[in-house]
Design a protein around this ligand. Structure first.
Ligand code: ASP
Length: 311
């Protein structure tokens, strides 16, 4: 199996890896997205370093990226066909606890709500108005439009309505966020959060809140978070697939690349994945034009933008 478009590393006792979405990221945005990921990884690392849990670490990382308007998660999410924001997010820990929310309108921190679903424990996934009703029990309300919609998201939507070609990035996925962490007690967690694909139908749910597709954790092997064409990622359960490859003994970089190869199989699908194995090894792979990422393993940080043609 080729290692093209993938990287892997091995490290210490705690670890965090973050992605900022696979897709065409557009001119001049590399540094903004890379540094956003680096800061998110640092927030997660601060939790892990002080003995905090993997779930706290992935939530700290993802919540940061939901706040940064340059990412397609929380503030900065893409607009759907109706010009609205509907967000998806999900997370999982190594004891098979899962929480997810889908197609929830105008939420700034969907990962926070997904965590409340996990902690409540009665259900795994809440969607739409029902998810909002659940949010309100915790005092979480939809945000006003002006707090959530960025000029970039507005411009992409306007271009789509006017059917003006603004380059390949106008309707493709990208800028979704995700994180995987390993804590000092050996606990693992993965989380993914997105506004979905630009111009999606209202009510469309992608892979990000679906366990096995947008994220997966196995206590014995590792954690994964995927990004890219949601429909393809769902069809091949890309995150579950990456962990299955670890399970049969593949190295973490090969597991990441294998999952990305699978995303391409249904046709028209592309994307990326981050994989963290239980000894702190990190695998990154992407078949999309670019995927910003950052990692900190046992105190050593790295970050960059993985390019399809960079290796
Ligand atoms: N996977 C996300 C979705 O299809 C989009 C992305 O990763 O950018 O909703």
């Amino acid at each position: 199996m080729t290692e093209r478009g993938s990287r892997s590393g091995r490290g210490g006792e705690w670890a965090i890896v973050v992605h900022g979405g696979a897709g065409p990221i557009g001119e001049g945005r590399d540094e903004t997205l890379r540094s956003g990921c680096a800061e998110a990884a640092a927030r997660g690392a601060a939790v892990l370093e002080s003995g905090g849990s993997a779930i706290d670490a992935v939530c700290a990382a993802v919540e940061h990226l939901e706040d940064v308007p340059d990412f397609n998660a929380g503030r900065g999410s893409v607009l759907n066909r109706a010009g609205e924001i509907e967000v998806d997010a999900g997370l999982m820990t190594s004891d098979l606890a899962i929480g997810a929310v889908a197609a929830v309108p105008w939420l700034l921190h969907p990962i926070r709500l997904a965590r409340l679903v996990l902690e409540d424990g009665r259900h795994v996934l809440l969607a739409g108005e029902g998810a909002l009703a659940f949010a309100r029990r915790y005092g979480i309300e939809p945000e006003p439009r002006e707090r959530m919609v960025t000029p970039r998201a507005e411009a992409r939507h306007a271009a789509r309505l006017a059917r003006v070609p603004t380059g390949s990035e106008s309707s493709e996925p990208g800028d979704t966020v995700g994180a995987c962490a390993l804590d000092l007690r050996g606990g693992l967690a993965a989380a993914t959060s997105t506004g979905g694909t630009p111009g999606k139908r209202p009510g469309r749910v992608g892979d990000s809140p679906l366990a096995g597709a947008g994220f997966w954790v196995d206590a014995r092997h590792g954690a994964a978070s995927a990004t890219g064409t949601g429909e393809a990622i769902i069809r091949v359960l890309a995150s579950r697939q990456a962990i299955a490859l670890l399970e049969v003994g593949h190295p973490v970089g090969t597991a990441a690349q294998g999952a990305v190869d699978a995303i391409g199989r249904p046709g028209r699908g592309e994307g990326g994945i981050i994989v963290l194995d239980r000894s702190g090894g990190i695998g990154l792979a992407s078949s999309s034009q670019a995927m910003p990422w950052a990692s900190i393993v046992g105190g050593r940080g790295a970050s960059g933008v993985l390019r399809r043609d960079s290796l």
